[in-house]
Design a protein around this ligand. Sequence first.
Ligand SMILES: C[S@@+](CC[C@H](N)C(=O)[O-])C[C@H]1O[C@@H](n2cnc3c(N)ncnc32)[C@H](O)[C@@H]1O
Length: 274
Amino acid sequence: MLSIPLVDSTFKDLRDYIYDQSGIYIADTKKYLIENRLSRILQEKQLKSFEEYLKLIKFSSNGTELTRLFDAVTTNETYFFREPQQLDVFADLVIPKIMSTKKAGQKLKLWSSACSTGEEPYTLSIMLTEKNITANKFEIHASDLSEGVLSSAKKAIYNSYSIRNMPENYLRKYFSPEKQSYSLNASVKNTVKFNKINLIDNNKIKSLRGMDVIFCRNVLIYFDAKAKQKVVSNLYDCLNPGGYLFIGSSESLHNVTRAFRPSVTNKVIMYQKV
Ligand SMILES: C[S@@+](CC[C@H](N)C(=O)[O-])C[C@H]1O[C@@H](n2cnc3c(N)ncnc32)[C@H](O)[C@@H]1O
């Protein structure tokens, strides 16, 4: 497949547009990646140039094109029980601490804020169940920018890549095999509420206040400093006082915010709203 040439000025227009819409920043060095990944879409749509493509995404009213663009410029990679050390700190230390502050009838509220195809929020649900915290005692919200990943998340049918870190007994307990895939049981599936939320959209984010723990893992890497600050400040506002934020273990809030109190347990960094 031949790439359609992307001239520098159009690359910059496209890059600025993606940034304004999502906070995702594409460095100059990634131009080739955009050219390669988007050429396929252009050819499929029989568009002759990136200028035509830019017009299409700016003026297409249903958002489908924009979603495909976001999918092409980010990676949706995720899997069950990703970064297990962090998850163990969450389940063994953070959850008991928060549960001890809850009054009768008050639910634990979690949010997986860049949930991709759902493995992260469903992992949290399985972990709570394993701690004997029943579904009537918690709410798990999950969101992403991309409609494509959210629709897969709601189906909850996974391949062997997604479940490769999953303890064998959980696979038997919470999934039903289906041809080459694994279908998540309704008892877990029904505990997660999915929503389309753009993390840089202040208004949309306001719908998710009062969280006890927010997971925002492996997405801050796509943002520049300004967008990171905006996203992290939005997440801060959504947490209850004393609530926790977990970011990816290769990510950092250094030079992003001093609002949280960082602490380290078993080499895992977590950020608490004080
Ligand atoms: C690599 S996945 C991370 C999935 C999961 N949190 C994990 O760590 O396994 C990154 C996700 O961030 C989403 N994303 C990128 N920009 C976003 C934004 N502005 N708002 C919400 N989600 C966004 C992408 O669509 C993608 O699904």
